[in-house]
Unconditional design. Sequence first.
Lengths: 269, 269
Amino acid sequence: MSSATKALKLLSYFSTARPEIGLTQLCRIAGRDKATTYRHLQALETAGFVEQNPLTKHYRLGPAVMQLAQIREATVPRKASAKSALAALADATGETAHVTVLSGTTLYGLCDCESPRHGTRAVIDISIFPLHATASGQCSVAFGDPSLLEAAVANLEGFTASTPTTHSDLAALIETARETGFACANQSYESEIQGIAAPIFDHTGHLAGAVAVASVASRHTAELEHTIKSELITAAREITRNWGGKIPTQIEAVWAKSDTTPNALDSTQ
Amino acid sequence: MSSATKALKLLSYFSTARPEIGLTQLCRIAGRDKATTYRHLQALETAGFVEQNPLTKHYRLGPAVMQLAQIREATVPRKASAKSALAALADATGETAHVTVLSGTTLYGLCDCESPRHGTRAVIDISIFPLHATASGQCSVAFGDPSLLEAAVANLEGFTASTPTTHSDLAALIETARETGFACANQSYESEIQGIAAPIFDHTGHLAGAVAVASVASRHTAELEHTIKSELITAAREITRNWGGKIPTQIEAVWAKSDTTPNALDSTQ
DNA sequence: AACAACGGTTCAATATATGAACCACACCAG
DNA sequence: CTGGTGTGGTTCATATATTGAACCGTTGTT
């Protein structure tokens, strides 16, 4: 692992749940030496990726990430173009919807939208989605590059009793996803949370990520699932179109075969 | 310079004007070796900070920066809180307004807002603002920590014929800024662009950055300058309040003395 | 078919990262 | 006030990871 990689990795320990981290604390989390970690933080601070809270001396993400995000958004305006579809999806289903994007073999959370309809709702607070344990991840493996399956089986960490932890368990879920055009993760990452995901594609014609709905398991009914799948098709089509891509005809075909067909849309256009 | 620093620095070469960069091209820009640059890019790609356009093999900023920006914004919601004030400022003046934030001795562009009123307008496309040559920079030096003056004189690069390139030239501008509560940069960074900036403060009581208006020099009149200063005071007060800070009473005093006093506001609240 | 430009790779030379032990300071309990 | 424990930050010999000239294979151009 290169020195630069190690320094960059430090940034991944920041989250909305843990927005400020002290030097010693970060050493413990990362399992790294204090001197090394300190120098890496200095490099990150020089570049503006972290800054110190002047009062506590704890580190937090710096202003440089805001700049880069602006450039990224100007370059690849995925987030902006996904937002409206996500809002419609959350509104129509009454559940939390989110979009993930694939880069290499890593699936990142892009943005999420909570429906205000229910008091209890799924809260998406993961930045990297496990490929084997989440609906979005399984969706990526099912419709993405074969290297994703390799990456998924390389880490079959168990999160709940329902997490697929063997190659064959995962393969069965992937097969189902390919047959239906949706990936379903029933409490396999977090208990009480059920996810359904549909693939999204970009201008290259390859899988770009997934759009998913996370619903509270106790509220899940056949009718809700029907609604979710129907709305997911609409959302996946819209986001894919916004990102300059096209849903592969095979996937459109399996969607059309299922009884979840939404009201007629000019999907061929 | 550490390896991590060098890798991070590669990210700074991306901009909205140059959103995708090839390997060889980046080597030329950065003046670095190809093998080294390639490895650094791989480290950045692994961390999700860049990704490759699969068609052209050129590199562009990756999805990880979006995540980090979300966390940063959740941690320090400066951008969101600055936006509304900036929009009002751009609207009232009819010119381009922007906010910069200070981290250490570096001044970063946070966000900007262009007024739709004029066909020609200033386009802010710098990510790091030189302390000596821009209104925002001079404003930071005037009202920030003394170390900023050191940092400013350490790099007195000349951008135009009007750029202050000597210690005394800069000191005179700083002194004027302290007396008036505004920093003015008349075509000292870009010709035809005139900047006026006011300081903003955060909860620590220290200078946090600046809010500024960049106007086209040929359109600049005494009346416009009066309007800009008046609106800048309002904007600086609002952003400072949103960021949990307070305008120092000395600065409020010099603003009150000038003839640019805006219509009565409960500025003491 | 020759050429140039590109992304990517190799391997000896060496500049760079590393971490155990260290310091200074702040906080807290007795 | 004193000793203990926590923190952020620093040192320096050791050794490991970084470096870049030269290389390869491919692609698009003339």
